[in-house]
Ligand binder design. Structure first.
Ligand SMILES: NC(=O)c1ccc[n+]([C@@H]2O[C@H](COP(=O)([O-])OP(=O)(O)OC[C@H]3O[C@@H](n4cnc5c(N)ncnc54)[C@H](OP(=O)(O)O)[C@@H]3O)[C@@H](O)[C@H]2O)c1
Length: 327
């Protein structure tokens, strides 16, 4: 698998990233190990996780995913082979200080992540979202101290408003700090606006890496959801229904399906191939619950769509006319 430059840094990451949010929730440790083994074999060197995974599950707790990855790396001896990204910000307990982006919590969070992941360094340490209670200067300072100590190589941001992201870049420059080198927003054919309206100009101007999450819309762009039929039985389906069930989004899905048939490819592969054709995308983060899903998604890197097909996908998923109509 091709390795691509990570924004303005010298680091190279695989053109797709392995998401791990499902580990310890949708899939158990044994299955998680198999998926990580196969991902590495397939050439994926970039894994994304977060300290808070998988706190939302009644059967799980915050930190479980990092523990699974830590045990896998220790068992397989794979730490050096990986570019490892994790995140902080969410509540790790009921303690009011065990969350957010204060210097205090940054120190607490990194110690927790390093211990669960059984490593002495993180390649990309990301804020999971912004924290209005903490000045950005404090957050940048706390994260820069980790860079100075060699514990973190690069810092990045997820789910942050564009003006706050740009403010952080300017503050970093003013204060002589390392800046956020990446952003992690959602992006897929049925959810283009966040990146295309808010971030494209910023990442081009400042040479920032974009690592989008939910490239398949949590499963919507895979073929298991069909117009006018019952929802599939998966814990993701409620969220998918809420976000993607509209005539326009089913029109997009059906166009993807038509193009997939033409190539004898899977719907998910066409959706990912469309994303990989965009030069502003660094490496989409794919989630997979099985080896089959992983292999199917990774094979998208080989699928090249015709210009006319990419145009058809761009046209049917166009959001600008809807946006203009709202103004
Ligand atoms: N920064 C953030 O706030 C944030 C938020 C969300 C995710 N993330 C990161 O991004 C990663 C990916 O996000 P995501 O899980 O939403 O990505 P996604 O690729 O849009 O959805 C993944 C889900 O789609 C289904 N799926 C995937 N491949 C499939 C295939 N080939 N055939 C059929 N179904 C398939 C599976 O769910 P079912 O089998 O249950 O249908 C899988 O869990 C996460 O693991 C995490 O690392 C970050």
């Amino acid at each position: 698998m091709k390795k691509v430059k990570f924004g303005n840094t010298g680091m190279k990451v695989s053109e797709v990233t392995l998401g791990t949010m499902q580990m310890g929730w949708r899939i158990d440790e044994e299955q998680s190990f198999k998926i990580m083994d196969r991902a590495l074999e397939l050439g994926i060197n970039f894994f994304d996780t977060a300290d808070i995974y998988t706190r939302w599950s009644e059967l799980s707790y915050a930190g479980k995913t990092e523990e699974i990855i830590g045990r896998w790396m220790a068992d397989r001896g794979t730490r050096d082979d990986l570019i490892l990204a994790t995140k902080l910000r969410g509540p790790m307990s009921e303690d009011i200080n065990n969350r957010g982006l204060s210097r205090r919590h940054i120190n607490q969070a990194i110690n927790g992540s390093l211990s669960r992941l059984q490593t002495s360094w993180i390649d990309l340490y990301q804020i999971h979202s912004s924290d209005d209670d903490t000045p950005i200067e404090e957050t940048l300072h706390g994260m820069n101290l980790l860079i100075d100590d060699g514990i973190v190589n690069y810092i990045g941001a997820s789910n942050i408003l564009p003006w706050k992201f740009v403010e952080s870049l300017w503050k970093a420059q003013e204060l002589g700090y390392q800046r956020f080198e990446s952003i992690q927003p959602p992006y897929n054919l049925a959810r283009r606006m966040i990146i295309e309206l808010r971030y494209i100009d910023i990442v081009k101007k400042y040479n920032i890496a974009i690592i989008p999450y939910s490239p398949l819309g949590g499963g919507f762009l895979t073929g298991k959801y069909k117009r006018g039929t019952d929802m599939p039985d998966t814990p993701r389906s409620k969220g998918v229904e809420m976000r993607y069930y509209s005539d326009k989004k089913f029109d997009i899905l059906e166009k993807v399906e038509e193009i997939a048939k033409h190539h004898d490819a899977k719907i998910s592969q066409v959706a990912l191939a469309w994303m990989l054709s965009k030069d502003y995308i660094t490496s989409p983060i794919i989630g997979a619950n099985s080896i089959e899903q992983l292999e199917e998604n990774v094979a998208a890197v080989e699928l090249k769509l015709e210009k006319d097909e990419l145009d058809q996908l761009d046209d049917i998923s166009d959001w600008i006319s809807d946006y203009e109509a709202m103004r």
